[in-house]
Design a protein around this ligand. Structure first.
Ligand SMILES: N[C@@H](CCC[C@H](N)C(=O)O)C(=O)O
Length: 273
């Protein structure tokens, strides 16, 4: 069998899958060109194995790029445990990968699980249009924001020494968010227009180095509190920016997540199906 780059080849009960590894501010993803729709999307065990950092490639999530009529492409995102949601850092990587594959040039309109998105490529940086946010909800002293994925936002005095995994897991598995759970972000302002964010991610069940929908949620809350329309964000995995506009009814539009997306390596998966 001649292996064609970017394609999934199937022979009898075995598959060879070409994959690329991408990272966006340290949130890392296995990326697969699945325009031929060969990837077994219901095989969540395969997704879990590929994302396993000891027995697989290792990643926070896996992304399939598929054709979709009316759009340049569709991004299908899986967390490392096989569950699905919207992923902001993953979407930036999907845009960079689609450009690498020659599907798009420097602008795109694509579909994700939370609806249509547009994006622009500027070198290694991607400007990603996010879904509008209807409201910021109070959650006790904290906030809850849905930016395509659910996010609890808590401001803390010093996020660098905060027990993110312990506190994050407690909130993620609390009665309030059962049964689906939530992602949990801890935030410390570090300048008048800048915050430091660490995130416990549902579906990875660990702290990741950065979460795109999470920093977007935190930026909206911080921007609302301080009358800002652009917020800089530091995460353990790198720097991002979020800009947006706000309406009188408390909703947010024109939300743009800006940050890097980088191809790290490529390889071939030999999988039994
Ligand atoms: N890392 C992502 C968020 C991925 C989805 C999340 N774990 C969930 O299940 O809600 C991002 O960059 O937005």
């Amino acid at each position: 069998m001649v292996f064609e780059p970017h394609k999934i080849e199937i022979s009898y009960d075995n598959m060879e899958i070409a994959f690329y590894k991408y990272q966006g501010t340290g949130n890392d993803f296995v990326m697969i060109d699945d325009r031929a729709e060969n990837f077994p999307v219901h095989n969540l065990g395969l997704v879990q194995n590929l994302c396993d950092r000891r027995f697989g490639i290792g990643a926070d999530g896996l992304i399939l790029i598929r054709n979709k009529s009316g759009f340049d492409f569709e991004m299908i995102y899986f967390n490392a445990d096989g569950s699905q949601s919207m992923c902001g850092n993953g979407a930036r990587c999907a845009v960079a990968f689609s450009r690498f594959l020659g599907i798009i040039e420097n602008e795109t309109y694509f579909l994700a699980i939370d609806g249509p998105h547009d994006a622009k490529v500027a070198g290694d940086w991607i400007e990603l249009g996010m879904s509008p946010v209807t409201s910021l909800a109070n959650a006790g002293k904290d906030y809850f924001v849905n930016t395509g994925s659910p996010h609890h936002v808590r401001f803390v005095e010093d996020v660098t020494s905060y027990p993110v995994v312990k506190e994050g897991a407690e909130i993620r598995y609390s009665e309030t968010y059962a049964p689906k759970g939530t992602n949990v972000n801890f935030v410390t302002p570090i300048a008048s227009d800048e915050i430091y964010v660490r995130t416990y991610e549902r579906g990875v069940e660990a702290e990741t180095l950065s979460c795109g929908t999470g920093v977007t949620a935190c930026a909206l809350v911080f921007g609302y509190q301080n009358e800002l329309h652009e917020v800089k964000i530091k995460t353990p995995g790198g720097n991002l920016k979020v800009r947006f506009s706000e309406s009188a009814d408390g909703s947010f539009q024109n939300i743009v997540l800006v940050g890097p997306a980088e191809q790290v390596f490529k390889g071939i998966i030999h999988a039994e199906i």
